[in-house]
Each structure stands twice: as structure tokens, then as C-alpha cells.
Write a protein that binds this ligand. Sequence first.
Ligand code: ADP
Length: 727
Amino acid sequence: MKIAELDLPTDIKDFYEASGIRELYPPQAEAVKKGFLDGKSLLAAIPTASGKTLLAEMAMLKSIAAGGKALYIVPLKALASEKFERFRQFEGLGVRAGISTGDYDSKDEWLKDRDIIVATSEKTDSLLRNGAPWLSSLTVVVADEVHLIDSANRGPTLEVTLAKLKRLNPALQIIALSATIGNAKELADWMKAQLVVSEWRPTELKEGVFFGRAINFSNDKRVIKTPGPDDVQALVSDTLAEGGQCIVFANTRKSSESIAQKLAKSLSRKMTEEEKAAFLEVKQQVMRHAETDTCAKLAACVEHGVAFHHAGLKGEHRHIIENAFRKNTVKVIACTPTLAAGLNLPARRVIIRDYRRFDVNYGNVPIPVLEYKQMAGRAGRPGLDPYGEAVLIAKNYDELGELMENYVLSLPEQITSKLGTEPAMRAHVLSAIATDFCGDVIGLNEFMDTTFYAHQRGDLSAVIDNVLDFLEAERMIIRTADRLRATELGRLTSRLYIDPLSASIIVRALEASKKRQEPYNTEMALLQLIASTPDVKSLYLRRSDYGWIIKYTDEHISDFLTDVPDVGDETDFEAFLSSVKTAALVDMWVNEKNEEEMTAFYNIGPGDVRNLMETCVWLMHSTAEISHLLKAPLTREARELAVRIDYGVSKELMDLIELEGVGRVRARRLYEAGYKNREALKHVDLQVLAALMGEKVAAKILSQLGRKDVPVSTEPDEEVMGQSTLF
Ligand code: ADP
């Protein structure tokens, strides 16, 4: 089917033809036949890189051309920016894209002027809770990676959000994009969507298992002629020798790093001078943001054309690596499976080194087929590679047979809803009541009956009853014979987008703070408080931590506002210690310890520190809001701490960081030079300030203070990312 034949406005067809797309891929053509261009909902369960996004784009563009508005829901923030960059290319068609990643308690009113909005499912849910008025004018919603409904963490929010959007506008067109799954029909039935299931791929995918010296495909064999010190190195060398690139999936961040380090050593001899020069350029980009051990390690690998990629890396570094891989100036990436979750980064050969993953309850367990297929699907760059290869590694003959049967020849599992538990339901029940979505128990049950859980697994009323009991006991709702109403605390909790259990822990602690007579360290009290909520994922306790954490806990014992559990109560006591460990890390951050010291002491990546701080800013902001509502005495302290966690600064720098372009490092430098606040900077000579922070930044600072005698540069300040405002 040709693009020219489609029932689309001419300028949209011209846009695609100009980008080289003239003919639809077979599954795309099937989707057209099933009516997605006529406004019908669609579930496309087809492999990675087979053109799912194109379907979503066409549905959105067609609807927008007729005066509609689209929302594109992504599972990860990192994917939101990738999609946003893509949709900005529609500007020539008069289509304005927007990205909504800001604070959870805002309505993002400016988005009402955008035609396509990209957001995560959590952000969409929070926009619904905050009553963003433009949501009711949506005509198309795209749910990318919709099989994540199966995820215990993210799934419930995604399915409830889709159910809510559909309820706001029953005529809404839903375009759901999924990997191939076992029960696509069931999911499509729930969405009342047309279904396209296909195994078609633009490049052939060969899946096999490496054992001995050969990759065994289902009907073929490839002998590897480049022996290496280990299997991964042999497989990588083999692909590079043919001019391809590799992705190696490992189950932990540490192994992804050590694989990259080993490969860097063994591969460097084989590269040309030209390639080496290109590697050095990427290394310099990495070094520009290098403040920690992990960064130095990454730079050392990149110099040899190899990189590692995992959630512990800073966003800047992940982008550098992704771009360099796309340009073929990084030849191999060793990564954790997060990379498979949707980034468009194909490679000739994908090596799945680990097919087992550690699970807290069950130990080392084999990964689901669905996950394996997602990783395998990354193999083969359309138009560039003649084929793609996905390779598992067997250690013995028996394993070869098992891997062939359990993965290569297996079909993906069915996905199941994870909504049916109290922790998953608490927040959604509260928000349905707080936003007047459901005014009584019958209405609430009726709404929950429209979720995928109810469609697939049945009645949720027992869980709903338990959750209502909890919310009533915590004074977040009032239940009368014929009505459900949220209290002010309930509405605030819903707007703040925190778990009602977190809110109840915060309320208890704040009530306790009202009764405190003796002075205490409120900073530690607040940090430990937020670290003890379920929204903050506390740090794992290592055996070697016990000594110092118990001592640290003793020193702060009179500061804590949450109850200290009995030592005999092992699980609770451990959870408490781990909250103290987390609080101690945030304490280092707000007292300006450098990142390297923190990541080395805690043995975590710089990306982890940032993610944790981002959540902590949010919980501290929420604590301040709840404190204000309860008239507790810690509102000012919590507000101040939220700003300090945001910037990683002590109290004395709070005035200086108000300046744009000035973060923790620059603010400290100014302070030490005697400029303790903005007032002190007002009359300083440009050259004097330039000696401290470079002319560009100095000019930027002075112009913000109203100085007319300085030149203003409009260039973006490269250093800001690494040195100042971190979030
Ligand atoms: P998916 O969302 O399934 O992973 P994408 O829609 O991102 O796949 O498509 C992968 C690549 O294939 C993109 O670069 C896209 O431009 C290209 N593509 C999609 N459909 C076609 C087509 N019909 N003809 C040629 N290229 C296409």
C-alpha cells in the first residue's frame, strides 16, 4: 500500500514521502485496512522497529488536521525527550509539540496550546488529578509499550490512566503499541480496539545460542573464527570484523561495566587510526561531565570504542553514548536491560549474556520470554544491516537445548494486570474520590470495573473495601451512607501525587513534632522522615554498613520523629536503619559533600544520586505542604530543605543559588571569595568576577542583578549542566 493512496491530507503524505517513506510495511497496511485512519482504536502488537510509531504519528496528525489534540504516553522520561524531538519535526505541518515533565502538582496550562503532548503515564495521571482542563479536548491517546501494564510498579497507573481518559471522552481514539505478547486479543478487547498482530520485521532476525565455537540457529549454524579470551569477546570481535556493531546485555550494572572494560582492552588493537581519533572525540565529551569514578571508567572505555550504559549513569552521559553509537563512533555497548525498554538503538548483533536475574524472593530466576524477545528485537538496523542476530550463550550442551527451547523457539507470555493489591489501589481510589470522578461506592466500583484487571481477572470490590477502610482511618476520606468525599488532607495527598501511606506517615510525624518541647535537629528529623516513606526507595543495607549506621542512629536518636522499632523486630528495624542510611546520604548532599565522595562511600552511581534527590525534593515539598495544612511547626524548615536538596547546598548558599546559572559549585566559589549573597555582588567589577567564573557566566550573573554595563551573551552555558542547578 502506497503512502500516496492513504486517506490523509496531502501535506502529511508529502512529509512522509520527503523523508523517504513511500510504501507501508505489511503490518501498517493491515492497520489501515482495520480502520485506524478512520478513527478506530488500534492495538498494534508487532516487533520493535517494525513501524509502530509511524501508525501513532499518522493517527495523531490526521486527527489534529481535523481540529483534534493528541497525547502520547511513554513509559520513561528518557523516552519522552526522544519522542518530543521527533514530533518537533512536524512544525512544518503547523503542528506544535509539547513535553510535560514538570512538577507533579501543576496543571501545565500552557499545554492547552499544543497539538501533541508527550508525557509519562505518571505525569498524565497527575495531570488528571490536578484537573488539567485540556485533557477533555483530547481526541487521540497513544500508549507506547502498553505491555508494561504487566509491570507491578508502572502497570496499575497506566491502566487506570487509560480507563480515566476513556471515561472523560468515550469517543477517544486509543492507539496502543505493544511488543508481541501472548494475549494481545484480550488486551484489544478491553480497549475495544482493532488488533494487528504480526511477526514481520523490516530486517531478518536470526535468533541463536552460542555454544562451543558456533552460534546454533534453529536451522543453521555459524562458526566463529575469531577466538577470544571469553565467549562475549569472541562474539563481539566476529561482528566488528564484518563492520557491524554489538549490544551486550548483562543483568547487573557492575557486570555491564566489567564487560565493557574487558572489551576495551581486547579490542583496541584492531581499530584504525581514523576510528581511534573519533573515539577520542567522544571521550572528550564524556570528560566534560566527568566528576566521579564511574565517569572516569566510562571515559577510559570510550577511548577504545566501547561503552557501558545503565541507569546509574548521568543523563548527559547516556545521551553522549547513545548518539555516538548511532553514528558508529562507539562500536559496542554493554548495558542492563533498561536499554531494551524502548530506546531506538539497533545493532547488528545483540548478545544476551545473562538470561537470569536476581529476584529478592526467588534468587536467580530466568527472565520472561517477553523480555528476551524485547532485547533480541534490538538486532538489525533497517536499511543498514543485511540481517540482525540475537545470541544467547550456553555453558554446556544441556543448556544449549534448554535455551533453544525456552527462548528461541518459545512464544512470549501473557500479560496480567497488577492492579489488584492494596498498595497499587490506594492512590487510585483516593484520586478517583478526590477529583470527584466517583462520588459513591457504587460509582467507584463501576469505574474500577472498566480497568484491565476487572476485564481479565474479575471483581475488585474486596480490595476497594479494604482501601476505603484505610483511607477513612487515616482521615483522607469521609464515608457516609450514600457519599464518598475527600477531606482536605485527602485532596492534598492526591494532588501531591504521593502514596496515601506516605502521607499518613508524614502526618503522624508532624503531629509528633507539635508535641516536641526540647530542641532537636529538625534537618535530620525531616530527612529521615521522608526516607521512611514508601515513595522513597531506601538504600540497600550491606553487612559492612551496620557498624556505622547503628552509631549514627544512636547519635541522632533524639532527633527522629518516626518511632524507632525494637531491635528484636528484625524487618522493621532493618527498614529503619536503611531509612537512616538514605537520610545520611541526603545529609551529605545538602552539606555539599562532593559527588565522588558520596558515590564512592555508598557504592552507587551518580545517576542514582540524582534520581534519589529528585524523589526527595518531591517528598520534602509534599511534607512542607502537609505541614502547612496541619499548622505543624516544620513548614519553613521543610520548604528550605526542599530547595537545598534540589541544589545540593547548605543554608548559607540559598540566596546565591537564586541566580540562574549558579549551582552548588559556583555558589560555593562566590561565597568563599567573600560574595555571600546577591546584594554583595551588585557592584562588583566584571573582570574581578570573570577571574572567578569566566567572563560569560560573570556577565550573566551581573545582568541578572540589573547591571546595564555588561555584555549579554545569548549562547547556552555548557557548564551549567555539570556544575550548577542539577535538576
Ligand atoms: P517501532 O515503533 O515499531 O519500534 P518505528 O516506527 O520507530 O518502529 O520505525 C523504525 C524505523 O523504521 C524508523 O526509522 C521509521 O522511520 C522507519 N519506518 C517506519 N515505517 C516505515 C516504512 N513504511 N517504510 C520505510 N521506513 C519506515
